[in-house]
Design a binder for this molecule. Structure first.
Ligand SMILES: [Zn+2]
Length: 158
């Protein structure tokens, strides 16, 4: 920038963003640079709005968030929205997946009181009575697997 006059000796070099800053709060803070464009102090982010500097050890953002909250409520609001949007992404996807799975499973099995389920329940009951097999036969894996092969939509009542 060649616009500054001779009196403009304390002009700040442009603030640079923190590299790899995960929090959205870094959108509102930058670091002072020297004439070569190198960050002067990594521990001292500067508010882009009011140019106040803060101490941020190891990238701690709580000071910065507090500053937004106290001094720039509009930025705080925006920051919260950005955070909320990010937080929402994952749960929404999970929810959608669960719903699809639920719908799929519901399609897979007959409703407990559906005519098909009742008819098959009766068939199983008749099998037990007519052949006088022990009731636990129907709880065995082999029998359940056989039922599943005959009709995957049917599920034995527990
Ligand atoms: Zn500020």
């Amino acid at each position: 920038m060649a616009t500054g006059g001779a009196a403009d000796t304390v002009a700040l070099n442009p603030l640079v963003d923190r590299k790899g800053g995960k929090s959205h709060v870094w959108k509102y803070f930058g670091f002072a640079t020297d004439d070569q464009g190198n960050i002067i102090d990594q521990q001292k982010p500067i508010c882009k709005r009011c140019h106040r500097s803060f101490l941020s050890k190891g990238g701690n953002t709580s000071n910065l968030i507090k500053h937004l909250k106290d001094r720039h409520p509009d930025l705080m609001k925006e920051f919260k929205q950005l955070q909320a949007e990010e937080d929402n992404e994952t749960p929404q996807q999970t929810l959608k997946q669960t719903t699809v799975t639920d719908a799929f499973q519901r399609q897979q099995k007959y409703e407990k009181n559906s005519p098909e389920a009742r008819r098959l329940n009766r068939a199983v009951a008749e099998f037990i009575c007519m052949d006088q097999v022990p009731v636990y036969t129907v709880e065995k894996c082999g029998f359940q697997q056989m039922l599943h092969h005959f009709n995957p939509k049917y599920q034995l009542p527990s």
